[in-house]
Design a protein around this ligand. Structure first.
Ligand code: NAP
Ligand code: F7E
Length: 338
């Protein structure tokens, strides 16, 4: 029987890869899309299907903060699985917009869980909550696993801790199949351009093509456990196929600094990052997360999941992709009519 899934955050990096994966697996996929005055579906345009042709992908307007509409939608489409990926996901921005961040992440997750609880009276629905390594914050242990206490360092991380605990609470209180994936940083050629890896690969490509002179960054010494988003959406799916609801860390088990990433990307383009990167304190955060290093052994043992793309491959994929974009931009610029 065809499975039916709802993805919140389908227009984001992870949502787009997850939609591709579920469509490949034969799912009927529903996606929640925020209405905006400009199109926000660039990452999923290639899989969009006309509504008049019995599509396997259907998009619905909605917002995580509108619980009533979300419940109506869930009761109408009766998904077997809900992946709650929608969020104001930028840590630095969460310091400027703490309440909105909490509304999308905290209240948003609660709205999803309430909608699922209503549907559960009729049929079982499995819920995936996009939890984050940012919850470990000022870390209490190295490496971090499912038993490491949370010590959040930002409004974003505090909101994610709330959503994590509500997910566990709904599992315990109502016996719901509600699971957390605690995902460490994962990047790709579809990563938003203000996250540090993509900011670096976009700038390096443009610098290589003579279209930009400098790249301004904040803290180069922060360490992150960086993987490839395509590998991680496979992990999300496996979490919901597991025999029982549970919480899982998805990570590579290797940590590198922002400086290491920049160095590698510029090297791949035969440049030295020190000639181009400058520090701008505006990119420092009121509180920083210095070191994240995940221990993914539980996911490997119970789900058979491993992050198969390493740091060097990730940097190469993103660098090559963004050099191509820069070439196209440079070309378009040369042929602008006078
Ligand atoms: P992303 O690219 O920023 O995508 C976020 C998605 O959420 C977008 O589709 C966005 O819609 C949507 N959204 C934002 N506010 C919303 C609202 N009020 N109602 C409905 N949708 C809303 O993030 P991502 O990197 O794919 O991450 C996916 C999820 O995993 C997020 O919850 C993030 O916090 C979490 N996470 C990410 C990482 C990582 O390294 N990428 C690690 C751990 C956890 P628009 O397109 O309209 O903005
Ligand atoms: O920062 C430092 C910055 O914004 C990484 C989100 O997906 O992953 C992401 O959160 C590091 C930080 O990601 C700049 O201070 C230096 O130490 O790429 P980022 P993040 O904050 O780790 C987690 C797991 C999530 O859950 C989040 O949703 O890089 N850094 N200079 C910079 N960061 C940015 N953005 N811009 C800079 O110029």
């Amino acid at each position: 029987m065809t499975k039916n899934a709802l993805i919140t955050g389908i227009t984001g990096q992870d949502g787009s890869y997850l939609a591709e994966l579920l469509l490949q697996k034969g799912y009927q996929v529903h996606g929640l899309v925020r209405r905006s005055s400009t199109f926000s579906t660039e990452r999923i345009d290639h899989i969009y299907q006309d509504v008049h042709e019995h599509p396997k992908l259907l998009l619905h307007y909605g917002d995580l903060t509108d619980g009533q509409a979300l419940s109506n939608l869930v009761l109408e489409i009766e998904p077997d699985e809900i992946y709650n990926l929608g969020a104001q996901s930028h840590v630095r921005v969460s310091f400027d917009q703490p309440i909105y961040t909490l509304q999308t992440i905290g209240v948003g997750a609660l709205n999803v869980l309430e909608a699922a609880r209503l549907l559960n009276k009729k049929k079982e629905v499995r819920v995936y909550q996009a939890s984050s390594s940012e919850m470990y914050g000022d870390v209490m242990a190295v490496p971090q696993n499912e038993t490491t206490p949370f010590n959040p360092q930002s409004p974003y991380a505090c909101a994610k801790v709330y959503a994590f605990h509500q997910t566990v609470n709904y599992r315990r209180s109502y016996g719901m199949f509600a699971s957390n994936g605690i995902l460490f940083n994962h990047e790709s050629e579809r990563r938003g351009e203000t996250f540090v890896t993509r900011k670096i690969t976009r700038a390096a490509g443009r610098i290589k093509m003579g279209m930009q002179e400098k790249l301004y960054l904040g803290n180069l010494d922060a360490k992150r456990d960086w993987g490839y988003a395509k590998d991680y959406v496979e992990g999300m799916w496996r979490i919901l196929q597991h025999s029982a609801p549970d919480d899982f860390v998805l990570a590579t088990g290797r940590t590198e600094t922002v400086r290491d990433f920049a160095k590698l990307v510029f090297q791949q383009l035969d440049m030295n990052y020190e000639d181009y990167v400058e520090i701008d304190p505006r990119y420092f955060r009121p509180a920083e997360v210095d070191l994240l290093l995940g221990d993914p052994s539980k996911a490997k043992e119970k789900l058979g999941w491993v992050a198969s793309t390493n740091f060097e491959e990730l940097a190469r994929i993103m660098t090559e992709h963004d050099l191509e974009i820069a070439k196209r931009e440079a070309h378009a610029k040369r042929f602008v009519p006078h």
